[in-house]
Design a protein around this ligand. Structure first.
Ligand code: ADP
Ligand code: MG
Length: 291
């Protein structure tokens, strides 16, 4: 049977927008040694905006953007939504005639009768192609903490689009508070190395791992759990669900995808990351009374 102190703590959490799927999950929080965060949609708002669009010399900007929007408008990835919106705002007409294939963690592949076009991150496009594009403009944009995605045809890179996402102030505050509790903080992201480095520094995490595929996030959590360390994982995406299931405490953002919400042990109803250090302290308090 559930202890009165546990019930009271669960109810206190609920009042502050933290949902526990059972008393045991509240108990676990006090034991955490490490907390890992997903980047996009968790540390950031997950609503990126296009800041730069650069095309290959000799190509017409509007034509290239129309082609890119025709491809991205068929995806519901946050980056795809942002690029489609950018084209819409500029009144660019585009057609969805190209057939597309989703390549998770990388981008999109688009086909038509006589061409094949790739849209995605530097790893997908080819690091050498990217470094040679417009005096390595990607490096400059990534050093500003922007996510840079590329479009490539048979002749090489056609365009680069830079997107800036907004770091949540609560992310910075939560990370500081966790550090004061003696907890290690880590950022896990599918984004590229340079962008990840800049955002990790702004957020204040102890370390980060970039270019993570969903299975990489699971491997990273497992590695952290070696030596009996207890690990919390916070995420919002379908990509994060396996890692949420693996961690001691899986925590989902309330605005996250259904799969993340279902898989998690704890849900932050209002996406407020400062509730994590709060719930850890709530858990410590409860465990002192119960034990
Ligand atoms: P994250 O949201 O953490 O960046 P994802 O696995 O969703 O992780 O994506 C990893 C990377 O793959 C993105 O940062 C982006 O570079 C690339 N990518 C994924 N989907 C798209 C897309 N629709 N258009 C362009 N790039 C994409
Ligand atoms: Mg995410």
């Amino acid at each position: 049977s559930i202890m009165p102190a546990t019930l009271a703590a669960i109810s206190n959490g609920a009042k502050r927008g933290v949902l526990f799927k059972g008393g045991v999950h509240l108990e676990h929080l006090a034991t955490l040694d490490v907390v890992a965060f997903d980047k996009t949609g968790t540390l950031t708002t997950g609503k990126p905006v296009v800041t730069d669009f650069i095309v290959r010399d000799g190509l017409q900007e509007e034509d290239v953007l129309a082609l890119l929007a025709g491809i991205e408008s068929q995806s519901n990835h946050p980056l795809a939504i942002a690029i489609t919106k950018y084209a819409d705002e500029r009144n660019i007409a585009y057609s969805r005639s190209l057939e597309i294939e989703d390549v998770p963690g990388h981008g999109l592949r688009a086909y038509s009768k006589n061409e094949e076009i790739f849209v995605g991150n530097p790893r997908f496009i080819g690091e050498n192609h990217v470094a040679n594009f417009q005096n390595n403009v990607a490096e400059r944009l990534a050093s500003e903490g922007k996510t840079v995605i590329f479009m490539k045809d048979e002749q090489g890179v056609m365009a680069a689009a830079a997107l800036k996402d907004t770091l949540r102030q609560e992310a910075i505050d939560a990370i500081q508070a966790l550090k004061q509790l003696g907890i290690e903080t880590v950022m896990l992201t599918g984004d590229n190395e340079r962008t990840a480095e800049v955002i990790a520094k702004e957020a204040g995490v102890d370390r980060y791992v970039a270019e993570c595929l969903p299975e990489t996030k699971v491997e990273q959590i497992k590695a952290m759990m070696q030596d009996g360390r207890q690990v919390g994982m916070i995420g919002d995406g379908i990509n994060d669900a396996p890692a949420l299931a693996t961690a001691t405490s899986g925590i989902a953002m309330g605005e996250g995808t259904d799969v993340a919400l279902e898989t998690a042990d704890v849900v932050l109803m209002k996406n407020d990351l400062t509730k994590i250090p709060y719930t850890i302290q709530l858990s410590e308090k409860m465990n002192r009374i119960v034990k």
